[in-house]
Design a protein around this ligand. Structure first.
Ligand code: ZN
Length: 232
């Protein structure tokens, strides 16, 4: 056991200098310590970041293989009319979740545009296949367009850094607007008249939560209490 002559800190066996004050450690009685393993690593190795295009390739294969098997089985043995929609769903999932991996730095607005575009193309594919009873233009298209518009508004607003409470309020507002859009299009499509019930219930829930987040943003005491209570 040795101690630093300068600051008195206890030293590890292989130490050549004090870790605290950098005073050289010279102990003539101790044998050469060149071969000893130091108590801590001398250089820090940082793991390489994930190879995103490679990850995209592997996950694409995972999606592609079952799709191909399904297509072959379907054309050879069964004539399952639903299958083309499942495969269409795979294409949408690929554009939504795997396509951004191919980009070095995905631009959110462009990603959102592609997401909305593929979703609309998918619904249009339904129409093209002749399974449409009017809901593609009546419900699906207006919903996707509204969702896309809200996503763009959100991205534009989020260019400046926003607090967690502000983001929560914005997300709640967006959810509420979307329930209105969905209920309005569905009631007009199915009932042939405008009927709003569920959205109003949603508004009551969303507004009370929004008030909670606004109060949280304003009151420092409450913020501290929530952070203590929920470990955030
Ligand atoms: Zn020292």
């Amino acid at each position: 056991m040795s101690y630093c002559v300068n600051c008195g800190v206890e030293l590890e066996k292989a130490c050549k200098a004090c870790p605290l004050c950098d005073t050289p450690v010279i102990n003539p009685r101790e044998k050469s310590m060149d071969n000893e393993i130091p108590a801590y690593p001398t250089n820090l190795s940082i793991p390489k970041s994930t190879n995103k295009p490679y990850l995209c390739f592997v996950l694409s294969l995972i999606i592609l293989i079952p799709s191909l098997v399904l297509i072959i089985l379907n054309t050879v043995f069964f004539g399952n009319p639903v299958l083309k929609y499942i495969i269409g769903g795979f294409v949408v999932a690929w554009v939504w979740f795997l396509f951004p991996l191919l980009w070095k730095k995905p631009i959110p607005a462009v990603t959102v545009f592609f997401d909305a575009f593929t979703l609309m193309a998918y619904f249009w594919f339904y129409r093209f296949c002749g399974d449409d009873t009017g809901w593609v233009y009546g419900i699906a298209f207006p919903t996707v367009i509204c969702l896309w518009a809200i996503a763009n508004l959100f991205l534009f607003w989020k260019r400046k850094p926003r607090s967690k409470s502000a983001i929560s309020v914005a997300v709640l507002g967006a959810i509420n607007v979307m329930t209105f859009v969905i209920e309005m299009t569905m009631s007009v499509f199915f009932l042939k008249k405008l009927q709003i019930v569920i959205s109003l219930v949603m508004t009551a829930c969303c507004v009370s939560l929004m008030i909670f987040f606004i109060v949280l943003e304003k009151s420092k005491r409450m913020k501290a209490w929530v952070q203590r209570k929920f470990f955030i």
